[in-house]
Design a protein around this ligand. Structure first.
Ligand code: GMT
Length: 380
């Protein structure tokens, strides 16, 4: 029997979907017997505690007076080679193309002739926004073409990658996943009483507060509800839009209906308190937070632009609306507030669907199969 591969994983360590997916994948691979080496600028934020199969390697970035900016991409490539040599990595799996796939390409060249297959997982804005900047476009295309395998988190993202970059090689769709034991309904949640006082329905938005998340629409949905509808909106996260959104909440006279929670490290601790998740982004290549909400039995009302429609079936396990269709979102949320039976019916379906094809077991197996296909000679 083949031994389990020794895997190097690189991701952004700060809050963001791609770092969450990479870290959770690493944790689950380690549980299945892989030795996993995280190589990144900081400890990924969901990686805490000791695991005998996981080692984190911090990328050192020397300061030098000549450098205006320390060349992280080069330091990362050097760290990848160092870890590959010291621990006998079988492959590198990088999450988010820029600059991680470029560093991995360099590392593979430096290791040659010893093979070090590179898998690049595309997450979203690396293709839909950043990668299309003229200064990044050619190198993004190049590193995608040079990867030994490329995966995308949705069919939408795969199609976008082919359309925008005109790349010809195979891109495998391996969707994001959720662990139903961590993200689960908690009807007896100690915070529920605090937020549901007076029979209030709890709406939640959780993100990194960037423009693409379309936060003004979240506030306008709340403003569009009738004053007598009992509701509270929880806003979890922080980012560049936060100050503007605080002002908007105040200007719309909604201070007493909104709670700013700040950065929440472990979303699973607050998510089950909510009834409805609002995610009206201008686009989402996947929308992991909506899947996590579904697993907690929270009804998603999400953007119809991007990959969320690959796991949300409108009216069945959640709702899809255009990012500028505020009246449409208000209508759906009003119906959910007024009809607890509809809410629980959709929520139950959401929980079931999130833990089927998008459950951690199914998806981690698919990554392992991909690794094995690239390592036919892995010794026993
Ligand atoms: O936009 C974010 O929230 C962060 C970003 C990232 O790469 O860290 O998220 C992207 O990757 C997530 C994980 O695959 C997806 O669930 C998000 O939909 C995607 N964001 C966008 O496409 C805007």
């Amino acid at each position: 029997m083949m031994r389990m591969p020794t895997v190097g994983i690189t991701c952004y360590p700060s809050q963001g979907g791609s770092g969450v997916v990479a870290t959770e994948l690493g944790l689950h691979l380690a549980r299945r017997g892989c030795e996993v080496h995280f190589i990144s600028s900081q400890l990924p934020f969901r990686l805490h505690g000791y695991d005998r199969n996981i080692i984190h390697h911090k990328v050192e970035m020397p300061r030098y007076p000549v450098f205006e900016h320390s060349p992280y991409t080069l330091s990362l490539a050097t760290a990848m080679v160092d870890v590959a040599e010291r621990y006998g990595l079988d492959l590198l799996h990088v999450h988010y193309a820029i600059p991680h796939a470029a560093s991995a390409y360099l590392a593979r060249q430096m290791m040659s002739p010893r093979p070090l297959p590179v898998i690049t997982t595309l997450h979203g804005t690396d293709i839909t926004l950043v990668g299309q900047e003229p200064s990044f476009f050619p190198i993004t295309r190049f590193v995608i073409q040079q990867s030994d395998a490329v995966t995308a988190v949705s069919r939408f993202l795969k199609d976008e990658t082919i359309r925008v970059f005109g790349v010809g090689q195979e891109i495998q769709v391996i969707p994001n996943f959720v662990d139903g034991r961590t993200f689960r309904p908690r009807p007896e949640h100690p915070l529920r009483d605090k937020f549901t006082a007076g029979g209030r329905c709890v709406l939640l938005h959780a993100s990194n507060f960037r423009e693409v998340k379309n936060l003004p629409a979240v506030i306008e949905v709340l403003a569009g509800l009738r004053p007598e509808q009992p509701v509270v909106l929880l806003l979890a996260g922080e980012g560049p839009e936060l100050a503007r959104i605080r002002e908007l909440v105040h200007a719309r006279g909604l201070d007493d209906r909104v709670e700013f929670l700040g950065h929440v490290d472990q979303l699973e601790e607050i998510m089950p308190v909510a009834d409805v998740l609002l995610l009206p982004s201008w686009h989402e290549s996947f929308g992991l937070v909506a899947l996590e909400a579904m697993s907690c039995g929270v009804v998603p009302v999400a953007t119809d632009r991007g990959g969320a429609s690959e796991f949300i079936v409108d009216g069945h396990n959640g709702f899809l609306r255009g990012p500028d269709d505020v009246p449409g979102m208000v209508k759906v949320v009003s119906e959910l507030i007024a009809d607890p039976q509809l809410r629980s019916q959709v929520a139950e379906q959401a929980r079931r669907d999130a833990n089927g094809d998008f459950g951690v077991g199914c998806v981690v197996r698919r990554y392992l199969e991909l690794y094995e296909s690239l390592l036919p000679d892995l010794p026993g």
